[in-house]
Write a protein that binds this ligand. Structure first.
Ligand SMILES: Cc1ncc(COP(=O)(O)O)c(C=O)c1O
Length: 404
């Protein structure tokens, strides 16, 4: 662990005279030195624009940028680098699909099926389309703290359903959804599938071909990479048919004063100067994950998840939300201390050097459904330790004592 943690300089910080305990990985993950170096190295040695100038720096920048695209292709097992579109984040990737494919293909009365646990980023773009194209949204709720698969099956049997847009893992509850059968059913019914893999990319390997999705979105900053860079994967045939998103440089082939033609994939969806350093940083993040290996990451996370839930379930003053089957969980837990406002819990944990998130975690419909105003979320990553969990539990006990 010592060796792994040394890759992340931020983790050795002191907060209020105490070692930082970073339990807010659901919001963003920390960056290994290799990512920080790759970004610095780009600006020190290769800074130039991509796909434009013919000079040596521009060639080096373009090479690095496209090499990173290939790394991302491998990371999610896409069949072609053309299927990897760089966006600002997962939010923009989902909006891209909603505005282009959704805008053109979803008509009045068509239904988009979502889960009640979706992040606002995978609700609002569809609500916008509800307003504009008069589509309908239907939500799969929870049953015993898991996705209600029986209801999902019924909803997907309706021929009016054109899209299943769903997260792979809940950012609030930390539960992994069992999507395999739903995707098979959706495909059999010619329903398109968009996966929001924002909470998967730092916790489990992704294989878009095995998943069988049409699109998949994730953010670089939740994958140990930089902020401002995200990925939209889309199947080639579908991307070819989709209209372009933003207009400007790089996404065009030719421009005249009365018309333009679009560039080939993936550039058709990448208007303007991209976040070159961000793409290179994300490539380095994916390399870092590869050098550690998913087996090691998942092994450590499994241990942490089991330990976290075991210790938390011993506390008789807290309420935990979502199922507690640790085999179907990432090391994320949403809870409340009975009778104490979540913001107070978050504040007091913060004073003890423990960073968590309190509130609705961009999942207001989920909190409304659970009939609670908010939750405290501790979201761990493989670089966290059981000692940190022990300290967290001790501080929760002292907060409870303070209020009762
Ligand atoms: C499940 C899920 N979807 C989408 C997002 C949006 O990510 P971003 O803000 O990076 O676009 C998040 C961020 O928390 C998330 O957890």
């Amino acid at each position: 662990m010592e060796e792994i943690r040394r890759h992340f300089p931020i983790l050795s910080q002191q907060i209020n005279g105490q070692s930082l305990i970073y339990f807010d990985n659901g919001a963003t993950t920390q960056k290994p030195q290799a990512v920080i170096e790759a970004i610095g190295d780009f600006y020190r040695t290769s800074n130039s624009n991509v796909h434009r100038s013919m000079n040596c720096l521009a060639e080096s920048a373009t090479e690095k940028y496209e090499a990173a695209r290939e790394k991302i292709r491998k990371f999610i097992n896409a069949s072609s680098a053309k299927e990897i579109i760089f966006t600002r984040n997962a939010t923009e990737a989902i909006n891209l699909v909603a505005r282009t494919w959704g805008g053109d293909n979803l008509q009045a009365g068509d239904i988009v099926v979502l889960s009640i646990a979706e992040h606002h980023s995978n609700i609002v773009p569809w609500l916008q389309l509800q307003k504009k194209n008069k589509i309908k949204l239907e939500f799969i709720d929870l049953s015993n703290g898991s996705l209600n698969l029986a209801l999902a099956g019924k909803l997907l049997a309706n021929p009016k359903v054109k899209l299943l847009a769903i997260q792979t893992i809940s950012n609030t509850l930390g539960i992994k959804h069992d999507l395999e059968k739903l995707i098979i059913q959706a495909k059999a019914n010619k329903i398109k599938v968009l996966l929001d893999a924002s909470q998967s990319s730092s916790h489990e390997p992704l294989d878009v071909r095995k998943l069988g999705c049409d699109w998949l979105a994730f953010s670089g900053h939740k994958t140990f990479g930089p902020t401002g860079i995200g990925v939209l994967y889309g199947q080639t045939e579908l991307l070819e048919k989709m209209p372009e998103f933003l207009g400007g440089g790089d996404m065009i082939d030719e421009v005249f004063i009365d018309r333009f033609t679009t560039n080939e994939l993936p550039y058709k969806f990448e208007a303007g100067t991209p976040h070159i350093a961000g793409v290179i940083g994300l490539g380095a993040a994916v390399d870092f994950i590869g050098s550690l290996g998913w087996a090691k990451i998942q092994d450590q996370e499994k241990k942490l998840t089991k330990y976290l839930f075991k210790q938390m379930s011993k506390l008789d003053f807290i309420e935990i939300y979502g199922h507690q089957d640790t085999n179907r969980h990432i090391p994320t837990i949403a809870f409340n201390i009975n009778g104490v406002h979540g913001h107070d819990v978050g504040d007091l944990l913060g004073q003890a050097g423990i960073a968590v998130r309190a509130g609705q975690h961009c999942t207001q419909p989920l909190h409304d459904y659970l009939e609670i105003p908010g939750t405290v979320r501790a979201s761990l990553s493989f670089y966290n330790t059981t000692e940190e969990i022990d300290k967290f539990i001790e501080v929760l006990k002292s907060i409870n004592q303070k209020f009762h």
